[in-house]
Design a protein around this ligand. Structure first.
Ligand SMILES: Cc1cc2nc3c(=O)[nH]c(=O)nc-3n(C[C@H](O)[C@H](O)[C@H](O)COP(=O)(O)OP(=O)(O)OC[C@H]3O[C@@H](n4cnc5c(N)ncnc54)[C@H](O)[C@@H]3O)c2cc1C
Ligand code: FES
Length: 266
């Protein structure tokens, strides 16, 4: 992990509040793995508001051109600042952070990636990695509405095996990714599920899998963070280990990848 500065090559508007930021960084392209994130300074060089860096999962890595990208939704001050950054400016960030996903590519399993809202972002890097290794993948995405409409072209480049659901039916099929999972649970077995999204969605997946067999389930958690490097305890969650012991873990440095079935949602 390093403090880095990378030239912004593009900051494209993907939807009303959705942007893709492309940054030149040989270091990230060489060292990051799917599931890892960067902490971005979201203010000008001398400014201190917002003081804390903001975490973003790595969305794409293009090793040919040493470019990685972030896909982000404008939520508050930090992301509004990011959305105003332009080509040619430098992005100040720390990364790669966290323990990413480690795949056993000889396990004979299929991978089901389930993303809710902006939770699809880090899953896309995982999907691209798995597709490159010729693993069988199914990508299931769920959104509230059609803000992510332009994103479909990115997932279509990675795999044709994807399903998109929206709550209001304005994009893809009307419904929830969790309902699709529940309805197809038998035919999807012998899979590794990797999920990222709102905790309500993760909790429902956990409930569906409690009585299902033949699944390993991993989650990428997106707790609010302060330091991002394990120093402040700002991102602690509860984990119930296999023997029933409840322990505290830091999402930034112990995660963000956790066994979904061990996460205690409160
Ligand atoms: C490991 C990790 C990876 C992430 N990856 C991405 C990503 O790829 N793309 C992306 O758009 N966002 C991602 N996020 C969330 C992103 O960090 C926040 O949206 C961002 O910090 C908001 O900053 P802000 O200053 O714009 O908003 P703030 O002013 O800090 O907050 C505005 C609103 O957003 C809510 N909010 C802030 N952070 C989160 C969060 N982590 N989860 C849910 N609600 C939050 C606040 O409660 C508040 O209501 C990730 C978070 C983590 C921890
Ligand atoms: S954000 Fe500081 S310990 Fe995780």
């Amino acid at each position: 992990m390093k403090l880095l500065s990378g030239e912004i090559l593009a900051n494209k508007k993907y939807g009303s509040s959705l942007y893709k930021l492309e940054v030149f960084s040989p270091y990230i392209c060489r060292n990051a793995i799917p599931g890892q994130f960067v902490e971005v300074k979201c203010s000008t060089e001398d400014a201190t508001d917002p003081l804390l860096r903001r975490p973003f999962g790595i969305y794409e890595i293009d090793k040919r051109f040493n470019v990685f990208s972030l896909l982000y939704i404008v939520r508050g001050k930090g992301t509004a600042f990011l959305s105003r950054m332009e080509k040619g400016q430098n992005l100040d960030f720390i990364g790669p952070l966290g323990n990413g996903l480690k795949f056993d590519l000889d396990d004979g399993k299929k991978y089901i990636l389930i993303g809710g809202g902006i939770g699809i972002a880090p899953l896309c890097l995982a999907a691209a990695h798995l597709a490159e290794k010729e693993k069988e993948i199914l990508f299931i995405a769920g959104f509230k509405d059609n803000v992510f409409f332009s994103w479909e072209k990115d997932i279509a480049k990675i795999t044709q095996n994807y399903r998109i659901f929206t709550e209001d039916g304005s994009f893809g099929e009307k419904g929830l990714p969790t309902s699709y999972l529940a309805a197809n649970i038998k035919k999807l077995n012998n899979s590794i599920i990797i999920a990222c999204g709102p905790s309500d969605m993760l909790r429902v997946i956990q409930e569906i899998l409690v009585n299902a067999h033949g699944f390993t389930a991993l989650s990428l958690l997106e707790e609010r963070m302060a330091c991002g490097i394990g120093a402040c305890m700002g991102c602690v969650i509860k984990i119930k280990e296999a023997d029933g012991t409840v322990v505290y873990k830091k999402v930034c440095s112990d995660g963000p990848v956790f066994n979904l079935m061990e996460v205690i949602f409160e």
